[in-house]
Design a protein around this ligand. Structure first.
Ligand code: PL3
Ligand code: FE2
Ligand code: FE2
Length: 276
């Protein structure tokens, strides 16, 4: 009884497809296998249930191994996002209060994703994640030291936020139920952050244009490499690399439209990812 309830509750968007294939035998199979093995995982779904729903086995060693790096990347990304918004506040003091609010949201995200790892019994590989972010981190620090607020905003509020939004979008449908809830909450906040960057750059486009194009040429290729580097582990989590790339490009493009670039200018800016 409990099993079929959770099955239907979790089936969500997959249900119509499964019904047309005749769900009954699958349900019976799941029920029997679950009764026999009774493997309850910390994610709330047993290995057998997860597989029947087309989700990864959250308790497998291969899943946990990939998760230790992906989760660390997310935790490091949220922590750096916090630090970056505080730093940007030193460059635009009249915005410091608003930026502190954004920074606080990032710490909340970081705590949420830390809980996702504990829930699965995974230890985040933080040294790996620090190295993953290093090139972008260094470019941000150099821009900060030179007082280049436009570059800092492009790196954090456009590129990193668009990266996070795309990754979270693609992760949500294949996440364990606990992490899915957390990530759904986080992704809403990330739009607020992307929007903050868009609005500031839009209001300052006349003076920002040249620096923006230059910063984009330097940093977009780094994001492309990060997407490539994460692809293998993301695939273990059933996240598709092309979906990630497509979602990133659409968030990036929408953001640049909002800032005030024409489609042709955006295509030229996106070409930096192909060439760099
Ligand atoms: C900005 O607010 C946060 C920046 C975070 C960077 C996210 C990188 C995402 C890499 C792929 C993650 C898939 C989601 C998994 C969540 C545990
Ligand atoms: Fe965040
Ligand atoms: Fe953010």
């Amino acid at each position: 009884m409990r099993l079929s309830q959770t099955f239907f509750a979790r089936a969500g968007p997959f249900l119509p497809e499964m019904v047309t294939v005749d769900a009954t035998p699958i349900l019976i199979q799941v029920a029997m296998a679950t009764l026999e093995t009774a493997v309850a995982s910390p994610s709330g779904a047993s290995a057998v249930e997860s597989q029947a729903l087309g989700l990864p086995d959250f308790s497998s060693d291969s899943y946990k191994d990939a998760y230790s790096r992906i989760n660390a990347i997310v935790i490091e990304g949220e922590q750096e996002a916090h630090d970056n918004y505080i730093s940007i506040g030193t460059l635009i003091p009249e915005q410091a209060e608003e930026l502190t609010k954004l920074a606080r949201m990032e710490l909340k995200h970081m705590r949420g994703f830390t809980a996702c790892a504990s829930n699965l019994g995974v230890t985040a590989d933080m040294p790996f994640a620090k190295e993953f972010f290093l090139p972008l981190h260094q470019n941000f620090q150099t821009a900060l030291a030179e007082g280049k607020v436009v570059t800092c905003l492009l790196i954090q509020a456009i590129l990193i936020e668009a990266f996070a939004i795309s990754a979270y979008h693609i992760y949500i449908p294949v996440a364990d139920p606990f992490a899915r809830k957390i990530t759904e909450g986080v992704v809403k906040d990330e739009y607020t952050h992307l929007n903050y960057g868009q609005e500031w750059l839009k209001a300052n486009l006349d003076t920002a244009r040249q620096e923006l194009e230059q910063a984009n040429r330097q940093n977009l290729p780094l994001v492309r490499k990060m997407l490539e580097q994460v692809a293998g582990d993301a695939a273990v989590l059933q996240m598709d690399q092309e979906d990630l790339m497509a979602d990133f490009l659409s968030s990036y493009q929408e953001a640049l439209v909002e800032v005030g670039f024409t489609n042709r200018e955006i295509a030229k800016m996106a070409a930096a990812a192909l060439v760099g």
